[in-house]
Write a protein that binds this ligand. Structure first.
Ligand SMILES: Nc1ncnc2c1ncn2[C@@H]1O[C@H](COP(=O)(O)OP(=O)(O)OP(=O)(O)O)[C@@H](O)[C@H]1O
Ligand SMILES: [Mg+2]
Length: 279
C-alpha cells in the first residue's frame, strides 16, 4: 500500500476514438483529510473525472493511482472499496426494498461478514440521522432522505474517499445545508477525503481546495480564496462568483477598501469591523 491519496497523472480521456478528447493531460493529487471541490462549466469534464476515479471508466492516456495502486480492470474492485460515489439522482442508486437492505447491498458486494454488516448499518444510518427508517421503502422517502441513505450506503463500506457528484443539487437550500453539515461531520470524525462536484458556490467556499476545470483541462488549483480573488478570470471561463464576493466588489466600487477577499458573511463582517475601528 502506498500513501493515502488519489493521483491523476497526465490523464487524457475520450468516450470514443472518433470523438474529441474530454479530458486533456489532467494531473492533480487529493490527499488525506482534504475536502476538494471540483468546479467548471457544463461539459468541462467533472463527472468524467468522478467516473475515472472509481473505475467506471479507464483513461486512454496517463494513469490514476488510488493509494499508489493503478486503477485498471484487475484492481477496480479494491479501488471501489476505497472510493465511494454518490450521484445527483438518488432514485437510480437504490437496489434494496428497504433502507436496511439497501445499505447492506454495497457491503455484500464487498463480501463483508454478517455481524460487521449489522453493526455498520446501525452506525452509518445514525451518522446521517436515518436510523428510524431502517425498514422503510427507499422510494417513498423525500429527496433529502434518499440522499442521506445513499450516503449511508457509501459510509457503510468505509471508504477513504467520497465523491459527491452534484449529490445535493436536487435539494432545497436547507436540505443541502443539512446534508453538507452531516457529511462534513462524518468526514472529520472518520478522517475521510471528500471530493465534491457542485455548482453551489457557497459550498465551494467551504472546501479546503478547489480544482477549476475548463474545456477538459485543469485551469487552476488553489484555496477558495486564491481562486475567487482571481474573479475576472473565473468569470471569463463562464463561472459565477460567490454572493459575498460580488457584494465585496460593490463595496470596493463605492470606495470601501477591504484588506482581503471575504468568502462568507462572517469574514465580510470582520473586514467591515476592522475598517470601522481604524476609521
Ligand atoms: N457517455 C458519454 N458518451 C459520449 N460523450 C459523453 C458521455 N458522457 C459525457 N460526454 C461528453 O463529455 C464531455 C464532459 O462531460 P462531463 O459529464 O464529464 O461534464 P461535466 O463537467 O460533468 O458537466 P455538467 O456540469 O453538465 O455535469 C461533454 O462534452 C459530454 O457531452
Ligand atoms: Mg456532471
Amino acid at each position: 500500500m502506498g500513501e493515502r491519496q488519489v493521483e491523476f497523472r497526465n490523464v487524457s480521456f475520450r468516450y470514443q476514438e472518433d470523438m474529441p478528447w474530454v479530458l486533456k493531460d489532467v494531473s492533480f493529487t487529493i490527499g488525506p483529510d482534504e475536502w476538494v471541490a471540483i468546479i467548471g462549466h457544463n461539459g468541462s469534464g467533472k463527472s468524467t473525472i468522478a467516473k475515472l476515479m472509481n473505475g467506471l471508466l479507464f483513461p486512454q492516456e496517463g494513469e490514476i493511482l488510488v493509494d499508489g495502486i493503478r486503477v485498471n480492470q484487475e484492481t477496480v474492485w479494491d479501488v471501489r472499496k476505497q472510493v465511494g460515489m454518490v450521484f445527483q439522482n438518488p432514485d437510480n442508486q437504490f437496489v434494496g426494498t428497504t433502507v436496511r437492505d439497501d445499505v447492506a447491498f454495497g457491503m455484500e458486494n464487498h463480501g463483508m461478514p454478517r455481524e460487521l454488516m449489522v453493526k455498520r448499518i446501525e452506525e452509518s444510518l445514525s451518522a446521517v440521522g436515518m436510523q428510524e427508517y431502517k425498514i422503510h421503502e427507499p422510494h417513498r422517502l423525500s429527496g433529502g432522505q434518499k440522499q442521506r441513505v445513499a450516503i449511508a450506503s457509501i459510509l457503510a463500506v468505509s471508504p477513504e474517499f467520497i465523491i459527491l457528484d452534484e449529490a445535493t443539487a436536487m435539494l432545497d437550500p436547507k436540505g443541502r445545508k443539512e446534508i453538507m453539515q452531516t457529511i462534513h461531520g462524518v468526514q472529520k470524525e472518520r478522517d475521510l477525503s471528500l471530493i465534491t462536484i457542485t455548482h453551489d458556490l457557497h459550498e465551494v467556499t467551504q472546501a479546503s481546495r478547489v480544482i477549476v476545470m475548463n474545456q477538459g483541462e485543469v485551469w487552476m488549483q488553489g484555496t477558495p480564496r486564491e481562486v475567487f480573488s482571481r474573479k475576472e478570470h473565473v468569470i471569463e471561463i463562464g463561472l459565477d462568483t460567490p454572493f459575498i464576493s460580488k457584494l465585496a466588489d460593490h463595496l470596493k466600487a463605492e470606495g470601501v477598501s477591504l484588506a482581503r477577499e471575504p468568502l462568507n458573511h462572517q469574514e465580510l463582517l470582520e473586514e467591515l469591523w476592522t475598517l470601522r475601528s481604524t476609521m
